[in-house]
Design a protein around this ligand. Structure first.
Ligand code: NAD
Length: 341
């Protein structure tokens, strides 16, 4: 493994700034190329981050051939994640890409197979896992303070006036946002998705062209039922972007508002109409290396490339979160429950 890792970043739009900011602070990596179909976008990032040695171009393959990087960062739009990832893997690069892994399950499977064939790391940014309080909630649940988890409910209500592509895209809430939430449900439960029934609609007063609200019921492994209710056009009483969660176990319940408010009660004594409960606090844990959103995930990925370790959001695992999104969409379109493979 070379001491300095060479990196090409593809897609120099909004998200790329966060990636380049982190890359600047990690020792031993060098951004050798910036690619965007809009050359001006690549030029802008080159100047902004003073990447004087970086090649800029509109064509990824010619930059890969000229610079022979170890890693490709894919911050482009979802429709081109497949081409960027397949081309990078074919040239022996490791790939860290923005969510969602792919724009369809067929493309996602091709990408996962290509990574396995190339024996390279391909992982996906799921930055909302790398929030300190989320990691503490996951730890709390894994310690079985409320017993065996049976039920998860979560609400996502944000009145977001993006004014851009999301206002016009189909399944904007499920495709663009719910991937974070569904991935979080897998993270919290440690379970895999088995089936989903979903209803999507566009409520009166919506400023979106297509359905911006959805309700989904998932069956997860370990006999867990997970319900999701969400809307991107709910005015007032907004939840956090991380959602409002309730977890029910066979010995108690916990709620988390996606921010600092966490409550849990476990059974202290039974035998009467209502059991007696006692409060349990969210434990303090060492989350070193597993927080900081994008920053934490990018650092972990670089560490894994150097050491041969496996990133938490490796494609073989992350594809399960994507299957929840496409399962929900298929159910909403057909009106039937869908088995998730
Ligand atoms: N993790 C998060 O919280 C989060 C938040 C926002 C967006 N995202 C994801 O980040 C990705 C980018 O989103 P964005 O908001 O930066 O979008 P954006 O539209 O601002 O930027 C995308 C860029 O990709 C470029 N591009 C398109 N096709 C390309 C190609 N073939 N090769 C190279 N560049 C190409 C576009 O010209 C554009 O500059 C998406 O996958 C999106 O879902 C993640």
């Amino acid at each position: 493994m070379p001491e300095t890792l060479k990196i090409v970043l593809a897609g120099c739009g909004g998200m790329s700034a966060a990636w380049l900011k982190t890359a600047q602070d990690i020792p031993g990596i060098n951004i050798v190329g910036l690619v965007d179909i809009k050359l001006d976008a690549a030029r802008k990032r080159k100047e902004e981050f003073a990447l004087s040695d970086a090649l800029i171009d509109t064509d990824l393959n010619s930059v890969l051939d000229a610079t022979r990087p170890d890693i490709v960062f894919d911050c482009a739009v979802p429709e081109v994640h497949v081409d960027i990832t397949l081309n990078a893997l074919a040239r022996g690069c490791h790939v860290l890409g923005e969510k969602p892994l792919a724009d369809s399950m067929d493309n996602a499977r091709r990408m996962v197979e290509a990574a396995q064939h190339a024996q390279r790391l391909f992982a996906v940014i799921q930055n909302r896992r790398y929030i300190e309080s989320a990691r503490r909630v996951q730890y709390f649940l894994a310690q079985r303070h409320i017993g065996k988890l049976t039920t998860i409910n979560c609400d996502f209500y944000i009145g977001a006036h993006f004014g851009g592509f999301r206002d016009h895209m189909k399944h904007a809430l499920l495709l663009d946002m719910a991937i974070h939430t569904f991935d979080a449900a897998r993270f919290f439960s440690g379970a895999d998705p088995l089936s989903v029934y979903c209803r999507e609609w566009n409520p009166a007063g919506s400023w979106y062209d297509h359905d911006a609200s959805a309700v989904a019921i998932f069956e997860l492994s370990n006999d867990i039922v997970y319900t999701y209710r969400g809307s991107w056009c709910a005015e007032g009483l907004n939840t956090t972007w991380e959602c409002d969660w309730r977890f029910i176990g066979d010995r108690g319940s916990a709620t988390w508002d996606g921010d600092v408010n966490f409550q849990a009660q476990v059974v202290a004594r039974t035998g009467e109409f209502f059991s007696k409960h006692r409060a349990v606090a969210l434990p303090e844990i060492d989350t070193t290396g597993k927080t900081g959103g994008h920053d934490g995930l990018i650092r972990e990925f670089i560490h894994c490339v150097r050491t041969g370790a496996t990133p938490e959001t490796i494609c073989t695992d992350n594809i399960k979160s994507l299957s929840m999104v496409f399962g929900a969409i298929e159910s909403a379109e057909t009106g039937h429950p869908v088995t998730i493979l």
